[in-house]
Design a binder for this molecule. Sequence first.
Ligand SMILES: Nc1ncnc2c1ncn2[C@@H]1O[C@H](COP(=O)(O)OP(=O)(O)OP(=O)(O)O)[C@@H](O)[C@H]1O
Length: 220
Amino acid sequence: MRIPLSVDEVVVKFADHVLLRDFALQVDPGESVALMGPSGSGKTSLLKCLVGLTIPSAGSIEVAGSAMTGVSAAKRADLRRELIGTAYQTPDLLTEISVQENVAITLLFEGVGRDKALSDARRSLAAVGIEHLAARGVENLSGGEAQRVSLARALVRESMSLLVADEPTASLDGANAVRLAELMTGMVHERGIGAVIATHDQRVADRCDRVVELRMAMAQ
Ligand SMILES: Nc1ncnc2c1ncn2[C@@H]1O[C@H](COP(=O)(O)OP(=O)(O)OP(=O)(O)O)[C@@H](O)[C@H]1O
């Protein structure tokens, strides 16, 4: 099985400020890694590199065996679509369309047939336990439900190999944060994909297989 994520000797810097120096990380199939560290230690900056939105100053990143570094922006965008699911603090759901259409939307934009896209979305909603919300609008969802829709959207593609989540539980109360973390890590195990979850919440980190701590000390 392909290694979901392999990061080697990555350097992230802005102007003269080195945020990460020679950073390495491998995430194995089925493994969830919590990314922790104080505010400003570089968690979001690293995640942006993992998904190919930013290019590190040095080093290499491979997702499921495909290089995200040393390739064009168009190639990175293709790989991101094919291999990476993302979930953020704010789910950013579209209010004009249903829950099911929100999950199907990236597939629909790519020209996947409507029936196939909607049935894939339904399956993904079922996997996160909210198939019953498929026809609903998104406006009155609870915070926990909205995050599940976001997770279903992130996981909808069968080729997805890496889940990248930035503070996905930040807007949830303690019990819901733990529930979402358990759901995420459970699905990562089940599908044999990898996950990197940036979080300040120790209870979320405790549900992951491993914690990687970024330190401000690395910034010099
Ligand atoms: N494009 C950029 N240009 C210059 N500096 C940047 C840029 N992006 C991030 N930084 C700086 O890099 C540092 C790390 O930011 P980052 O958002 O990665 O931290 P973080 O660990 O995710 O913080 P938080 O936990 O508060 O979300 C900060 O000092 C930030 O101001």
